[in-house]
Design a protein around this ligand. Structure first.
Ligand code: GLN
Length: 537
């Protein structure tokens, strides 16, 4: 395609309407037509990236292959599109300002007053256009975080206004709003949408397409009314009714010809038809699965469904491909004791020990692991979960009492998990962990090798601590094998106990690399083991 087309997705009325899912669904439909598509998220907060936020603030921190700590929406983009995202796919206000201030210090604006318009907006526009140019995409979909009217998002909306002007026909705006249902009046209300569009218009942006999020099916009259009040074509008003799974949203958008409307507005009239067959096959599998697999996830953010978003989705994908309905339950590691562990864990076919940082909830993870190991329950430890597997094994099998990670106890007599050498002089917290994809060499005849079916894999990382190789022999002799290592540094990436059904820990995060059409092999293998365990009960 000659020129990259730019699509902006803004949100109105309230937050949490699912702009990321709408952006990902449209991206999916365009990709299924053979186009090269990428999705970008602009976040209006001042942090340089979400790496220093705790999950209570912003849910899971996602990691790209090139080691960028990113908003969790990038996870949706990858799961829907099965194409990697990079540092350039997630930009915050903080990064925009940092770039501008660095340029100012270098003297790039010598003699000039540096201002929001044009300097900040120029930098925002540069970052949007750069993404299209760098990788030669046909479509760049840019989601603007926050809600129209927020002070923080003003420079982003202003940049959209300018880009519309500059890009002309190669630019389009989609606005997602909410249509509330007033139960007492038995009516849906369009007024908040009208106000939200007015707000957008007052900032100089006229949306081309409106997506109305609603809990109740909207009739044609409502759609017509919204179109009339908001200066939008009737066929460009799309409704997004609640559906049982987010993976149904692309089909719902396709039924309403959203992708056709987009293409028509760009003048792409004879675009190829979308091939959604593999996607539909996945959804059918999901619908048809009747038997369940019960997984318990032991972590400390149990009340936050978004804190382990990528793990939830990877498990759902793996269960679906194993023809099982996923029954996932979170167990608060803080609340586990030797007395209640049996009651809390005995009903699960498989157990996940979650990633994390810091001391809180850690002892509960050891209690869960001791139970799982002694009862031979298929268990999957991810990052901190893997480190906990090592510590629990050291304490209870190797007899190294008080073994620990130096993250939890810097004075432990047995540092079975220790700070990586490269981290010892690190003082800044932001973006300084071991981040992104690294090679991992797998031992033949191991569970992990069996899962991947090859001996070299790349998975993503986010950690500062590692398995202490001084103890490697001791572990291996006792029966916990190191079956995956970084070929360059010898850093232990995978541990497993071959005498057990499926007991495996990984230093990396396979959940960041699992999509609807390319599920991660380790999750597939874990669920297989859990199903086998269930059938043997
Ligand atoms: N806190 C551990 C480390 O930094 C594990 C990190 C994680 O689980 N992502 O090594």
């Amino acid at each position: 395609m000659a020129d990259t087309k730019y699509i902006f997705v803004t949100g109105g009325v309230i937050s949490s309407l699912g702009k990321g899912i709408i952006a990902a669904s449209l991206g999916k439909l365009l990709k299924a037509r053979g186009y090269k598509v990428t999705i970008q998220k602009l976040d209006p907060y001042i942090n340089i990236d979400p790496g220093t936020l705790n999950p209570y603030e912003h849910g899971e921190c996602y990691v790209t292959v090139d080691g960028h700590e990113a908003d969790l929406d990038l996870g949706h983009y990858e799961r829907f599109l099965s194409t990697p995202t990079y540092r350039g796919n997630n930009i915050t206000t903080g990064r925009i300002y940092q770039n501008v201030i660095n340029k100012e210090r270098k003297g790039d604006y010598l003699g000039k007053t540096v201002q929001i318009i044009p300097h900040i907006t120029d930098e925002i526009k540069r970052n949007v256009k750069l993404l299209g140019a760098q990788y030669d995409y046909d479509f760049v979909i840019t989601e603007i975080g926050g809600t129209v009217g927020d002070i923080e998002s003003l420079p982003f909306i202003e940049s959209v206004r300018q880009l519309r002007w500059e890009l002309g026909k190669n630019c389009l705006c989609i606005h997602l709003t909410y249509i509330p249902y007033i139960a007492a009046a038995k009516e849906v209300k369009t007024k908040p949408t009208q106000h939200s569009v007015k707000e957008l218009q007052s900032q100089g942006v006229q949306p081309d397409i409106l997506v109305l999020r609603t809990e109740h099916q909207l009739n044609k009259d409502i759609l017509r009314k919204v179109a009339l009040f908001c200066n939008v074509d009737v066929d460009a008003v799309v409704q997004s009714v609640d559906v049982p799974t987010i993976y149904q949203v692309p089909l719902m958008m396709q039924e309403q010809k959203m992708d056709e409307t987009v293409l028509r507005k760009f003048g792409l009239v004879d675009a190829p038809k979308a091939n959604l067959e593999p996607w539909k096959a996945f959804l059918n599998k999901m619908k048809e699965a009747t038997e369940t697999v019960r997984i318990g996830l032991v972590g400390k953010y149990v009340e936050l469904p978004d804190a382990y978003k990528s793990i939830n989705e990877s498990l759902l994908q793996a269960a679906t491909y194993n023809d099982r309905k996923l029954e996932l339950q979170f167990i608060h590691s803080d609340k586990l004791t030797d007395e209640n562990v049996e009651k809390n864990l005995s009903s699960f076919d498989g157990i996940i020990i979650a990633p994390g940082f810091g001391q809180r909830g850690i002892e509960g993870k050891f209690i869960a692991l001791k139970y799982a190991r002694e009862h031979d329950v298929p268990t999957f430890g991810i990052c901190l979960g893997m480190q906990c597997m090592v510590i629990e094994y050291a304490r209870h099998v190797l007899g190294l009492e008080d073994a620990n990670s130096t993250e939890m106890n810097p004075n432990t007599p047995h540092k079975v998990i220790d700070l990586m050498a490269e981290q010892k002089n690190v003082t800044n917290m932001g973006g300084t962990m071991r981040l992104g994809a690294y090679d991992c060499k797998l031992e033949k005849d191991s569970v992990v090798y069996g899962a991947y079916g090859k001996d070299l894999v790349q998975e993503r990382h986010r950690h500062r601590f590692e398995f202490n190789n001084d103890y490697r022999e001791q572990f291996e002799e006792a029966g916990m094998k190191c079956t995956g290592t970084n070929p360059g540094t010898g850093l232990v990436e995978v541990v497993e106990i071959p005498s057990m059904k499926w007991y495996l820990g990984v230093q990396f995060h396979p959940e960041y690399n699992s999509t609807v059409l390319t599920p991660n092999p380790l999750f597939i293998s874990f669920i297989q083991a859990a199903v086998k365990n269930k059938n043997a009960k």
